[in-house]
Structure formats: structure tokens, C-alpha cells
Design a protein around this ligand. Structure first.
Ligand code: CO8
Length: 261
């Protein structure tokens, strides 16, 4: 795979493992990280052999301790506006990435780090993970979705408290609050995330994308519209070769062989 400056990316079977790799800066997210992640996610999306991705952080301490404060410190409002740094994360990692991906949060996920984790389809957390939106302490506020995605994930009371106080939430509270799908022992985090990703990667690929689109529709629509999205996608899947294969395989008591169509 391509060489990157601030991340690593490797293929493990049908799963792409992407690792933020600036441990000396607690994997803080600078412009180069964004460029590298865009390239890695674009390659993942374009490669038919890859069905699911895992994003984690190098080192024992952090997934990502936020946007790079040293890089942001000298930026003017016009720089933020013109570069549109924050919007590009969502447009490439969320909107343009139709295949599923998991954030494996191995430590601090603060500010932009928490926001990046929340861009994943779901989060698996190590028991050492800590989540927070401490931007208020820097005189700013979340800029990459924290005020919106965190509030949708855990509700107004906790999201408001976290944004206004900057306090961190540990992994147990994050699971209880609905921010993470599962908490696993720190040392087995990447293995557990890769195992879960491999399970997803073995599913019929169109159905995986369809399931992701349906669940995401719940955050963008009214209930009626969301139910319509669900029915229409279901009806489209019913015309797929993998639907015929999946049902035949069940009846024949054998594993399905997916064509991805
Ligand atoms: N940016 C740049 N460098 C960082 C960052 C960061 N976000 N976080 C840590 N580092 C660096 C430290 O400067 C330090 O580098 P050095 O050794 O050269 O001094 C190294 O990483 C290790 O960090 P610490 O020594 O601080 O490690 P500790 O274990 O003592 O503390 C903490 C760990 C608690 C995670 C602490 O590092 C910390 O509080 N980090 C900042 C967390 C934070 O505020 N994140 C939010 C950033 S802002 C953001 O993400 C918002 C985006 C949208 C709004 C922006 C609008 C302008």
C-alpha cells in the first residue's frame, strides 16, 4: 500500500487497518493527517478487495488528542473559512466512504479526536479510552461535528455538560451512554476490532452498504421518510444476485458465496 507521512495503512485480508501515527503529539490531527486519511480512505473505498476498515491510534495513550493546537494557534478566521479544514473530514471520511469502518479508540479521543471517532460507523473502545470535547478551554468550540454527533449519540444533558465543562468520559460511561458499541480490554482492542471488521467484511457487500445507509438515514430524516428509505433499499436489495444466493444458501444449509451484485 502507499506510504504515508502521518498514518500507516495495511491490508489484513479484506480489512484495511489505518493507524494514526504521530504518537509523540498524541496523534493530534494536523493538515497532513487529513490529507493522508483522505488518500487512505479513498484507496480503501476504491479497492474491491477491501470490505471494511478499522481506524486506530499508534502508541498506548491516545487515539487522537484533538486537532493540532500548535498548527491552529496562528490561524486566522479567514484561514479556517477558506481552507474549510473541518468540512473536508466529513465530506471524505463520512459522505464519500460508503463501505463500513470502525473506530478502535485506544486512549484519549478529545476534541477533533472524539469527533473523528464519531465519524466512524461505530466505536469499539479500549477500557483505557477517554472521550471529551475540551475545546471550550481553548476559547473555541467543537468544529468537526462534536456539538451535533455527540448530542445525537448521548443526548442533550451529557453532551451539553461535556461541551461546557470539557470533562472527559471514561469508556464505561461512554458505553452506558450509547457513544460506543463495546468496551474491550486495552491489549485486545485492535484484535477485537479487526475480528468485528472481518465479520462485516464477510457479509454480502451491497447489503453492508445498504444497512449502513439505512441506519444513517435515521439521523437525517423524519421517521416516515426514514421508513421509506428503508423499504426502498430493501426492495432494491431484493433484486440483487446476493439476495438470491443468501436465501438459497440458507435453505441448502451452506455458506453463501457473494458476488457483490
Ligand atoms: N495538539 C498538538 N499537540 C498536542 C495535542 C494537540 N491537541 N495534544 C497533545 N499534544 C502534544 C503535547 O503538546 C505534548 O507535546 P510536547 O511533548 O512536544 O510538549 C505531547 O503531545 C504529549 O502531551 P502532554 O505532555 O500534554 O501529555 P499528558 O499526558 O500530560 O496530557 C492530555 C494528555 C490531557 C490529552 C493533554 O495533552 C491535552 O490536554 N491535550 C489537548 C487536548 C485538547 O484540548 N484537544 C482539543 C483540541 S481542539 C480541537 O480538537 C477542536 C477542533 C475544532 C475547533 C478549532 C477551532 C480553532
Amino acid at each position: 500500500m502507499a506510504d504515508y507521512e502521518t498514518i500507516t495503512a495495511e491490508q489484513r485480508g479484506a480489512v484495511t487497518l489505518i493507524t494514526l501515527n504521530r504518537p509523540q503529539a498524541l496523534n493530534a490531527l494536523n493538515s497532513q493527517v487529513l490529507e493522508d486519511l483522505i488518500a487512505a480512505f479513498t484507496a480503501f473505498e476504491a479497492d474491491d478487495s477491501q470490505r471494511c476498515a478499522v481506524l486506530t491510534g499508534a502508541g498506548d495513550k491516545a487515539f487522537a488528542a484533538g486537532a493540532d493546537i500548535k498548527e491552529m494557534a496562528d490561524k486566522a478566521a479567514a484561514d479556517f473559512f477558506l481552507e474549510d479544514f473541518f468540512a473536508r473530514w466529513t465530506s471524505h471520511l463520512v459522505k464519500a466512504t460508503r463501505k463500513p469502518w470502525i473506530a478502535a479508540v485506544n486512549g484519549f479521543a478529545l476534541g477533533g479526536g472524539c469527533e473523528l471517532a464519531m465519524m466512524a460507523d461505530f466505536i469499539i473502545a479500549s477500557d483505557k479510552a477517554r472521550f471529551g470535547q475540551p475545546e471550550i478551554k481553548l476559547g473555541v468550540a467543537p468544529g468537526m461535528g462534536g456539538s451535533q454527533r455527540l448530542t445525537r449519540a448521548i443526548g442533550k444533558a451529557k453532551a451539553m455538560e461535556m461541551c461546557l465543562t470539557g470533562r472527559m468520559m471514561d469508556a464505561e460511561e461512554a458505553e452506558r451512554s450509547g457513544l460506543v458499541a463495546r468496551v474491550v480490554p486495552h491489549d485486545s482492542l485492535v484484535d477485537e476490532a479487526l475480528k468485528t471488521a472481518a465479520t462485516i467484511a464477510a457479509m454480502p457487500p451491497m447489503a453492508a452498504i445498504a444497512n449502513k445507509e439505512m441506519v444513517n438515514a435515521a439521523f437525517e430524516t423524519t421517521l416516515d421518510q426514514g421508513l421509506m428509505v428503508e423499504r426502498r433499499i430493501f426492495q432494491i436489495l431484493a433484486a440483487s444476485e446476493d439476495k438470491a444466493e443468501g436465501m438459497a444458501a440458507f435453505i441448502d444449509k451452506r455458506e453463501g458465496k457473494w458476488k457483490g451484485r
